[in-house]
Design a protein around this ligand. Structure first.
Ligand SMILES: [Zn+2]
Length: 678
């Protein structure tokens, strides 16, 4: 029996090695997904050259990854790596840190692996080899791996058992192991971590064969739906797809599921997004992965309902998700107080989008990117790229400082020291978020991987999803080579120049994304405007026999835009948010004269804010400068209401900065929604 199993294992590993040679090295590999219209280019095919993402990538390579690796391997700060060493029997001691710490470490490992795909730095390869040896040693013979349990088992304390407590986050950790292993394998061609992940996925497959619905509730924060499907894409082992389908099907079957965990009712019966926003977005991303492989329209039906609900009623203007720190789920079908369930870090009701108390966990905003990326690959619809881009430039990047060393767990739209209560989690960026360090490695892996989201390919040709200075060298679906150079200062400037360095030898389509915010876009090829209609929020397809040396120029005008929210968002009535291109702006006390307060500033709808490049912490930032009115407000101390007065107003100079760059100049007050002059 065992020798037969080993033979099968050997066959499957030979098969996967074959896959790597066949250009299947995409971050999310939808190359063979029957129900995905697009697939990704291979990791390493896009090289950032100059501009915004090149700058962030450099900080990621030189600071974010080395800094976080140092933290995660210093047991005095983070016990994440030490837990693996103890579980492997290489050290003594106890597990420390939250139960999802293994998953945090795998996310950091994934950041290293994806960075290696771009840089081929042999030091990173050696670092990963060394680390994998420890992880492999920590794994149980049956494939189970979760350091809190394995450490107790080594000590024979009988304290921890596998899948004993759903808050142990075992499947979350396993999911990140699977994703990290697929990325490592595609980046290096090595199967060392993939073998660990195969054993772990097999363990999970066998576990769910016998698990009761109650145990199935272990699916807290289901990163493993994405992980299991990616394992299927890597190995083509049909039982992994069976597992992924089953994981979605068993949700909501237990008696005491919760709205917080999106399992009070089965996934296909859900009509609105609710509960913990990281868990919700990971669930949606995982369900989209299952759809890409199966074409199960009942899943897509629910995904469409969720997307419309989130984007039209529940998402912040920054792409942030999860307005509530704590609350109750919408009442469901009845108003029986006994049925009202607690939720945390969660989506609120429709249009419930407070600013000071917005939770918007960085991981939820990353989950929004992961979900929309999958929807984009499935459909080829630019509306998903718009949401991805919005979240990336605003509520994802806000989770990490410009220096790359400090982090935010929550991403509020305003902050004031006058608030007479303090909210959990620091509103100043910190180097290490004790107990909730899920976001830092998540944001670092995302920045390391942005180049993998820039382009897609389909049977027809190449798709431009995210703009930025880069060189692309890839193969189209038919195997023909294409090389392009993109020169742009996007998102600070909407002019994008593309040179065709190597053209495929036949008529091919290029699909240029015209963002939903971009009016009056102009596209020229070799100086001549194209006749194709450029629709907002759509890809413009240009099919021709491209020649080496062709020059394409896309101009996306970026006027400063004043945005307002649906009046049902009561927290933002009579206020405006300022946007330019995909970037949302905010006002910080650091940019006001001494004695002036952020919350006394009012903007006229006819203001003329002008872009001006500045540097904050060595990063180029496009600020907006202009005039606003400052109201001489009397003190509100100990007062809830007062009679309206005509305030004395003075015109003052103001400067707005991109929302993602807030909190990089010390402790400040900040607001994104600014009152309109009255
Ligand atoms: Zn997080």
């Amino acid at each position: 029996m065992w020798s037969k199993t080993l033979k099968l294992l050997a066959v499957s590993i030979v098969l996967v090695i074959g896959n790597v040679n066949a250009q299947n090295k995409a971050l999310v590999n939808t190359g063979k997904s029957t129900y995905a219209k697009l697939s990704s280019v291979d990791m390493g095919n896009v090289t950032w050259t100059n501009g915004f993402w090149a700058d962030r990538f450099k900080v990621c390579r030189d600071t974010m990854i080395p800094n976080l690796w140092r933290i995660y391997t210093d047991p005095k700060i983070s016990h994440a790596y030490r837990n693996f060493e103890i579980a492997a029997g290489l050290d003594t001691g106890s597990h420390e840190g939250p139960p999802f710490h293994d998953g945090d470490f795998y996310k950091l490992f994934e950041a290293v692996a994806s960075m290696y795909a771009s840089t081929h730095d042999p030091n990173l390869d050696a670092l990963m080899d060394k680390t994998i040896a420890v992880i492999a040693k920590a794994q149980r013979a049956d494939g189970y791996i979760h350091t809190p349990t394995i450490i107790e088992e080594r000590k024979n304390t009988g304290k921890e058992k596998a899948f004993n407590d759903r808050l142990n986050f075992e499947t979350y950790n396993l999911g990140h192991l699977m994703t990290a292993a697929c990325v490592h394998y595609r980046a290096t061609g090595k199967t060392t971590l993939l073998k660990v992940a195969v054993k772990a996925t097999d363990y999970l497959y066998n576990f769910y064969k016998t698990a009761s619905p109650e145990l199935a509730r272990n699916a807290i924060c289901p990163s493993h739906y994405m992980g299991v499907v990616e394992m299927y894409r890597t190995t083509r082992d049909p039982k992994y797809l069976e597992l992924a389908k089953n994981l979605i099907n068993i949700r909501g079957l237990m008696e005491n599921g919760t709205d917080d965990n999106q399992d009070r009712i089965p996934f296909r019966q859900q009509t609105q997004a609710m509960g913990h926003a990281v868990r919700a977005n990971y669930l949606f991303a995982g369900a989209a992965d299952v759809y890409a492989e199966t074409g199960d329209t009942t899943l897509m039906h629910t995904l469409n309902l969720m997307w419309n609900d989130v984007v039209n009623r529940k998402m912040y203007i920054t792409g942030g998700c999860g307005s509530l720190y704590d609350g109750v789920s919408p009442d469901g079908t009845s108003y029986n107080p006994n049925d009202v369930q607690k939720v945390h870090q969660a989506y609120g009701r429709d249009y419930q989008l407070p600013n000071f108390t917005a939770h918007n966990e960085t991981c939820a905003n990353i989950g929004n990117v992961l979900w929309n990326w999958r929807m984009l690959q499935i459909t080829g619809k630019a509306q998903y790229a718009d949401v991805m881009e919005l979240a990336l430039y605003n509520s994802v990047l806000s989770g990490i400082s410009l220096s790359g060393r400090d982090f935010l767990y929550t991403n509020p739209l305003s902050y004031s020291d006058d608030q007479p209560f303090s909210q959990r989690w620091s509103k100043d960026r910190v180097g290490y978020i004790k107990l909730s360090n899920c976001c830092p490695p998540n944001v670092v892996r995302t920045i390391s991987e942005i180049s993998d989201y820039a382009y897609s390919v389909s049977d027809k040709g190449i798709w431009f999803n995210l703009y930025g200075g880069n060189v692309l060298s890839t193969k189209l679906k038919d195997g023909s080579s294409i090389k392009l150079t993109q020169i742009t200062n996007y998102p600070w400037d909407g002019k994008i120049s593309i040179n065709v360095d190597q053209a495929p030898g036949k008529a091919t389509s290029m699909f240029f994304r015209i963002p939903g915010w971009s009016k009056n876009a102009v596209l020229t090829i070799n100086g001549k405007a194209v006749t194709t209609i450029l629709s907002l929020g759509d890809y413009a397809e240009i099919n021709r026999e491209w020649k080496t040396g062709d020059k394409i120029e896309l101009n996306l005008p970026m006027p400063v835009t004043m945005m307002e929210a649906n009046p049902l968002v009561e927290e933002t009535r009579n206020q405006v948010a300022v946007k330019r291109g995909p970037v949302v702006y905010c006002l910080e006390s650091a940019d006001l004269a001494k004695g002036q307060r952020v919350f006394n500033i009012a903007l006229s709808s006819k203001n003329e804010l002008k872009p001006e490049m500045i540097k904050i912490d060595n990063s180029n930032i496009m600020s907006l400068t202009g005039k606003a009115d400052v109201r001489d407000e009397a003190s509100w101390k100990n007062q809830l209401y007062k009679e309206i007065a005509t305030p004395k107003q003075n015109a003052v100079d103001i400067r707005l900065i991109p929302y993602y760059a807030w909190g990089n100049r010390g402790h400040v007050d900040m607001e994104t929604w600014i009152p309109l002059d009255r």
